[in-house]
Design a protein around this ligand. Structure first.
Ligand code: GRF
Length: 251
């Protein structure tokens, strides 16, 4: 199975995935690593390991949108706006700008990924939301989602960009991380795996992040492995799409 990985920053999760592949604990090929951030350290990690990299610089696409760049031919504002649930109830002009800017960047991201013919896209600290324009291009089979994300909190608690910070400030006694499939909402897709850790009163935010990342590095390769073994089944349960984990070699 071929995977593509997107990173925005340090790439310690990417490193954990590369390490799992290197020692034979995870049977996938990392076909490419991409980033929205040209300075992402994760890109360096990939290059060092001989993995092809690319950059889709979102800021540059947002600037082009301001200059009136043509939108992708297959982009329909009406369709994407009706499917998205990232900006519920927002002003139509704001939503239009939000979706059009991202469509420009996402079309470039899709084009950059296309040559690698990946089976699964792994978001490992990719700090951009993806709109239905991008998601639908990859998820052509609704029973087999193809985008996986790791989130630094026990979802559905604390979605958003600062999961460990929100967990810590709330005074939680347990923190955790979640791997899930990406759907049209923010950190709202079917949960594949979760891992948790105790938060002691002596822990500061750095300690919480450290404990959390250590869990992430184990959980993410495990979840990718389940996908590679074709053991993740998305089913509808009481109106919610949930992931059933099948026993080994059940298919
Ligand atoms: C992780 O905490 C991940 O859960 C979140 O962003 C962070 C990325 O860290 N989405 P790294 O770039 O993998 O070190």
């Amino acid at each position: 199975m071929k995977i593509g990985v997107l990173v925005s920053g340090g790439g310690s999760n990417l490193q954990a995935i590369m390490d799992a592949v290197a020692v034979g604990a995870l049977d996938v090929e990392i076909a490419c690593v991409g980033s929205d951030n040209p300075d992402a350290k994760g890109l360096e990690r990939a290059e060092k390991a001989g993995i092809p990299t690319f950059v889709t610089d979102y800021s540059a696409f947002f600037a082009r949108w301001k200059e009136g760049a043509a939108l992708p031919e297959d982009f329909s504002l009406e369709t994407v706006a009706s499917r998205q649930s990232l900006m519920k109830g927002s002003d139509p002009d704001i939503l239009k700008a939000f979706l059009e800017k991202r469509a420009l960047a996402e079309a470039a991201l899709l084009a950059a990924l296309a040559p690698y013919k990946i089976d699964l896209l792994v978001l490992a600290g990719f700090m951009r939301v993806l709109t239905p324009y991008f998601i639908d291009a990859l998820n052509t089979d609704s029973n087999r989602p193809r985008i996986m994300n790791i989130h630094p909190a026990l979802l559905p608690a604390f979605p958003g960009t600062d999961g460990y910070g929100d967990t810590f400030r709330y005074g939680c006694k347990v923190g955790g991380c979640t791997v899930h499939f990406v759907d049209y909402g923010e950190d709202s897709g079917p949960i594949i795996g979760q891992s948790c850790f105790p938060i002691e009163s002596s822990d500061d935010l750095d300690a919480v992040k450290k404990k959390g990342l250590a869990e992430e590095w184990r959980l993410f390769p495990d979840c990718i492995g389940l996908y590679a073994e074709d053991r993740l089944n998305v089913v509808e349960r009481q109106g919610t799409r949930v992931v059933e984990i099948l026993p080994p070699a059940a298919r």
